[in-house]
Design a binder for this molecule. Sequence first.
Ligand SMILES: [Zn+2]
Ligand SMILES: [Zn+2]
Length: 942
Amino acid sequence: MHLIVAEKNISARRIAEILSDGKKITEHKDTGVSTYTFGDTTTVGLRGHVVEIDFEPGYKNWRSEESTPRSLIDAKTIKIPTERKIVALLQKLAKQADRVTIATDFDTEGELIGKEAFELVRAVNAKVPVDRARFSAITPQEIKHAFSHTTELDFALAAAGEARQSIDLMWGASLTRFISLAARRGGQNILSVGRVQSPTLGMIVDREKEIEAFIPEKYWQLSLDTEKNGERIEARHTHGRFHEKGEAELARDRTKAPLMVTDVKFGEKQDRAPSPFDTTTYIVAAARLGFSAANAMRVAEDLYMNGFISYPRTDNTVYPASLDLEGILKTIRASPFKKDVEWVMANRRAVPTRGKKSSTDHPPIHPTGPATREALGDDAFRIYELVLRRFLATLSPDARWKTLKVLFEAGGEEYTATGGQLIEPGWHAVYPYSEAQETILPPFTVGEHLPVKKVTLDEKETQPPARYTQSKLIQRMEELGLGTKSTRHEVIAKLVSRKYVEGTPLRPTLVGRVVTESLEQHADMITRPDMTQTIEAHMQQIKESKRTREDVIRESRQMLHRAFDQLEANEAVIGDDIRGRTAEEMNLGKCPACGGTLAIKHLRGNTQFIGCSRYPECTFNIGLPMAQWGFAVRTDEVCDKHCLNYVRLVRKGARPWDIGCPLCHHISSNKESLAEIPSLDDHLVQKLQAQHIYTVAELAHSTPESLAKRLEIPPETAQTLIADAGSVLAKLRRRSECRKFMRDHLIPRKGRSYAKILTSLKTAGITELSGLAHADVAMLKAAGIGEAESEEILAQARITYYGQVLREIGIPAVSLKKYVAAGITSPEAFCSHTVDVLSKRTGMSSGTVQKHVDLVCTYLKKPVPKKVSKIQVERGKKELLKIKGIDAAVIGRLAPAGIINASALLEADADNLAAQTGIPAHKIREYQAAIQKKRDTAIIQL
Ligand SMILES: [Zn+2]
Ligand SMILES: [Zn+2]
């Protein structure tokens, strides 16, 4: 069997489709992993890396005495499978293979993934020949060519990838641990440091400092408006920026009509068509369409896997001679851009444009097949269109502009106006992303006099350098050799998720800044790009087989040890510095109750809240959702009313949840529950808030005296308020208990939302457990819960709710368990059974049971059943047996319902008794008639 190993499942399927040449493909699923078989060939897709490197066991404990952060530098590493199912399947297939072809992506990362697959294959099959297929697009032409010209795995290229992995692990792990431990941070709060990440963050911090240090300078600009043929024309003073206001004013005052045309220059300008896309220029262009760098890459990779565009990770901006441009044009003519493609075919430039970088691994990004909006969806289609149009632009003629420059003079001051007219749109015709702005001026003749309509003096300020956008940062990283085309966008995403930077454009957070500055001060090589550049240069040497992986890793270890020499000597200083400066990042402003400092507090176990620095003297606090909904951080925005910083909940991979001003949020989220207190009107709410009482609980827990004093109300009113608040609080607790119950008992299911179910239960009037206990299956079904699950939930709700009631009545928890086990769950059930039956079923003494029944019956205001002796039972039995139709079996069914003699049977409600005993009601009525008859006879006999 010929086994083909692709980088992803989707490429495995595409390769099978192409190579099978119409032969039947059988898809087979093995433990969730697909393989595609045609003839004697099987393709299987990996999930990128299926193994990862980690330290040998023994380094997990951060606080271990032996394995210090520094010890990680020299720690041995091992490879562990991360995708066990795929690894197992690959090895199973490899055993049967007589040829294996590695068809992973064609770059360092892909070569390493290929080598990992190679090692997994070799581990189970020592002899099978393994070759490598390399391609830049998953198109029939490229794939067929690659598989008929397979080569060897490039072990030098893979070794470079491995070296990078090892170095990144050792830098990242040792430094992250060191800094986090020094700053005493753990869990979600660790401070990560990385080989590429830290210098990148350093650049963002540096830019921020430049902006802060920037002192704007004022300058003045002079312009005038004139008119020709009824058209308004603006001309600028040729001096440009005036740095002295007086000078500008003088020039303005000298500007007097008439305005004379002194020179008219015609010209022509070439506007070169853009060069082909490499990864960076592509990301920049996609950013203009609103795609983040990571998103742009994700979409492009998807398009590549599906054969619509070529491999999107490339440094090349020159089409290789081997690339069949004509063929591509013909292929994409079948796309919705037929008209544009045909225009380019008819107007093609002699030689396509070329950029500055040329490399041999991949061609620039270009379309490889036709696609439609319907097939791709909006986002992917916009990216596809961008790549396609860029390709068309690189084959289109340059644009040509006609330019016009006019010089004027007014009172000895010189002004100028320029115009531009697109005379040949060239590539602009197919590439609308960079707009061609025309300024068309009317014709002028030298010596002509014109009016001066208006003279304008503008005061302006010089601007600080701009913050980095993601795409600008990626460009800068590329210039500095930071990271690779495949990792740059991931590094930025990591900085955001680690809360080191925020916003668009990117700004450092306080922590990001503090960590950077601390490292800069004590081991600046970590934050400078030089170190990373050196390592990148070493990677290149490995690829060219000029150095070995081991050699490069050894040198990197030495560099890191030198950094640790500095860091360890300053551990205490670094720790104090970071801790001292980051404590501030959680401060929100003044405590409204006491003037202390309010700050976000994170406790163990996901609890977070806002508390006062003067605790325990001041107990003012604001609750926050649990940290699994997002880790609470401060933002820069400040509430106008409360002067508190806004709070945001951030969660990896999710949109941040903006709480806004915590106090405004607190007030509004308590509004509804306060409104439930009948004796509380708006005026009183205002008064309460002025006294910093915001919640029902705070009100319920106040004392009448202090409340009366604080609100300036009579003590009786205060008393009523507190009592009302107390009952609302109890109700709120019951509601939240009911919500928690539903959350605990509803099975999580995809596409089903707790919130929706809770809302529809609320509409049905079910907000508390008692309501749920008395609900029926139909009501739950209406809320979107299945029948079986509804029954289960109702049964559980009854047990829980009645359990609470029974415990309140005074049934001890131990006994309650026994009752529940015996099926006695509701208070009513206590009264519908005799003490004997209860005692028998639960195994408790009849004395204990009697005590419980007394309690329950008193609570339910039902008559307490009298204790019945054995003699009474026997006597009753005899009496009943005399009634026509009653035998021992009937007595056995009547007893649990408390019917132990003829009188009891006569008094019972036939329908109720029927329901309890299962004896048909008409039978019971017959018995009752028989008893009545007997009694009547007895009276007559008397
Ligand atoms: Zn306080
Ligand atoms: Zn506020």
